[in-house]
Write a protein of this length. Structure first.
Length: 299
């Protein structure tokens, strides 16, 4: 027996069927298609960040086949200006979301990054007699790469544990992932970024999620950001968003002020659908980004 009206029950059943169809389609996407879609979504999202001049962003860590790829947070950090902030969700026991800041890794200086010696006495090798310039000593530390997708640099050891400070992300949750480590949509690492011990990390949370290990800022922290990126299974022409059914982001969107941050849902192609039935708790987004269609306002 249900307490829903006939029309509400019909909308509910339509959403169940639509959700099932879209989840099945996501699970059938091959790895190459997921990685290609993630790369396009990231490029378009970073272009939006730069175009809007956003200094504070609230986003999420995609897992499995969710749009955006698991290295989305690292790329967002790379696009923020100095002093910018990236907030990521932390799931609470009641399915609401609090937020924590993910901070960029602090590079560990190496000999390769130090200025060249100014005198022969300061230089381990003495001046180059042919050019008169000092020859820098060979680097002995790990190579440091810029924040963002890495290209095969070495991970710095975690001084507290002696293990790598960078671990590959996975849909089931890894022990720690440094922001900026490049991973594929399936969670395999394509090359870690060397970071200093103590940098903000993503750690395993409930239900296979990844979350920052920093201080919890409260459920209202999202209200003051410039740009909010949300996951979704579908968005209709009027901006009505459909998620997985847990209600977490319905609560987030319901507490946003007016006009509030620009709210954008990341989707796979085919998830920007002609119709999403709206129930009283459903909330709308301002725009969507799809791999092929790019940024599009809703409504």
């Amino acid at each position: 027996m249900t307490d829903l009206t006939p029309d509400a029950e019909k909308s509910h059943q339509i959403k169940i069927a639509l959700r099932s169809r879209l989840l099945t389609a996501r699970r059938s996407l091959p790895v190459t298609a997921l990685n290609d879609a993630a790369a396009k979504l990231q490029d378009q999202t970073l272009a939006l960040v730069r175009r809007t001049g956003a200094r504070s962003i609230a986003a999420y860590v995609p897992i499995g086949s969710e749009p955006g790829g698991p290295d989305l947070p690292g790329r967002l950090l790379s696009a923020l200006p100095p002093g910018g902030r990236l907030l990521l969700p932390v799931l609470l026991p009641d399915n609401d979301l609090t937020w924590a800041e993910l901070t960029p890794p602090t590079p560990t200086p190496t000999a390769a990054t130090q200025p060249p010696p100014s005198t022969a006495a300061d230089s381990p090798t003495g001046p180059d007699s042919a050019t008169g310039s000092a020859v820098a000593a060979p680097a002995t530390g790990a190579s440091i790469t810029a924040l963002g997708p890495a290209t095969g640099s070495s991970a710095a050891p975690d001084s507290a544990t002696g293990s790598s400070a960078v671990a590959p992300a996975s849909a089931t949750g890894s022990s720690a992932v440094a922001p900026g480590q490049a991973t594929s949509a399936t969670g395999s690492s394509s090359g870690p970024t060397a970071v200093a011990a103590g940098s903000s990390r993503l750690v395993a949370g409930p239900r296979g999620l990844l979350e920052p290990d920093g201080p919890r800022l409260g459920v209202a922290a999202v209200c003051s950001v410039d740009l909010l990126l949300v996951p979704a299974l579908a968005v209709g022409p009027d901006g009505t968003r459909m998620g997985r059914g847990g209600g977490s982001y319905d609560r987030v969107l319901a507490r946003l002020p007016e006009p509030g941050p620009l709210t954008v849902a990341l989707l796979h192609d085919g998830e920007d659908v002609p119709f999403v039935p709206a129930e009283p708790h459903d909330r709308r987004v301002h725009a969507v980004i799809t791999p092929t269609g790019g940024f599009a306002r809703r409504p």
